[in-house]
Design a protein around this ligand. Structure first.
Ligand code: IPE
Ligand code: IPE
Ligand code: MG
Length: 252
């Protein structure tokens, strides 16, 4: 219990959490391999980590949490692993949707849905529909997602508007492209975390990452929890974001 005279947290100089944290959940396979376990077990433990991190993000005051759960390029993995990952997604939605809804989490899926199996599509639609009016935390699930494909789709949509005579090519600017991305109602990420040591984006949020801060941690995703998320947010607070401008000291 804080002292009754204690100043509210904001007044005490506590920085607000990043509004949007995006995570490339990597390293399930390596986590499993280092224990002599099948990759499947790493993915299963990865879902447990996800459950914890969604809860922690809400507790830490994050408003948007985007998670990269399956990339457009992940179809190149062995069929058996793809089956495991699809099975885990189905189980996650079936088991966790009621809890997410109870906790006022809004679920939003970004990615290509057209070529997914009907049962998976139905589950994704159900998750979005059930939770669409929730407002504590928005959980954005990037599933069958590729940023280049997303940008190409936006270009196609704008080209169609031009072809219909609804838009002049000279009117196409960054805001028009952003408005045609799958993330159009979601603010750009402030912080992008990638686990397991790899330092690349792997086709994740290429457009939206323009001014994000990046944090790469060696921890494999199944070992990532609230403490690791808090540490990343602490590190984020030490960064100086300039957005192309000057900080107060340089300006003086
Ligand atoms: C992340 O773990 C999960 C997905 C990409 C679906 P990986 O499966 O990529 O694990 P590593 O990178 O092989 O260790
Ligand atoms: C990125 O991880 C995709 C997800 C985390 C879902 P990958 O493991 O597929 O990326 P690469 O192949 O190492 O770049
Ligand atoms: Mg990987």
């Amino acid at each position: 219990m804080p002292h009754p005279d204690a100043a509210p947290q904001e007044d005490a100089g506590v920085a607000a959490p990043p509004a949007h944290v995006a995570i490339i959940m990597d390293g399930n396979g390596r986590w499993a391999a280092s224990r002599g376990l099948p990759r499947r077990e790493g993915h299963r433990r990865g879902v447990e980590a996800l459950r914890n991190v969604v809860k922690a993000a809400g507790e830490l005051g994050v408003k948007y949490l985007t998670i990269y759960s399956f990339s457009s390029e992940n179809w190149s993995r062995p069929a058996e692993e793809i089956e495991d990952l699809m099975g885990l997604l189905k189980r996650f939605v079936r088991n966790d949707l009621a809890d997410l809804h109870k906790n006022d989490v809004r679920v939003k899926i970004i990615g290509e849905r057209a070529n997914l199996k009907p049962d998976i599509r139905a589950l994704l639609d159900e998750a979005e529909e059930l939770t669409k009016s929730n407002s504590s935390l928005t959980l954005v699930v990037a599933f069958n997602y590729g940023a280049q494909q997303e940008i190409a789709r936006a270009a196609r949509m704008l080209a169609e508007q031009v072809a219909r005579g609804e838009l002049a090519p000279s009117e196409i600017d960054a805001a028009k492209i952003a408005a045609n991305l799958l993330t159009k109602e979601i603010p750009d990420p402030d912080l992008i975390i990638r686990t397991s040591g790899e330092q690349r984006l792997s086709n994740f949020l290429l457009w939206q990452a323009a001014y994000a801060e990046f944090i790469f941690v060696p921890t494999h995703w199944p070992d990532f929890g609230k403490a690791e998320l808090e540490a990343a947010i602490d590190e984020f607070h030490k960064r100086e974001r300039r957005f192309g401008g000057l900080n107060a000291k340089a300006r003086a």
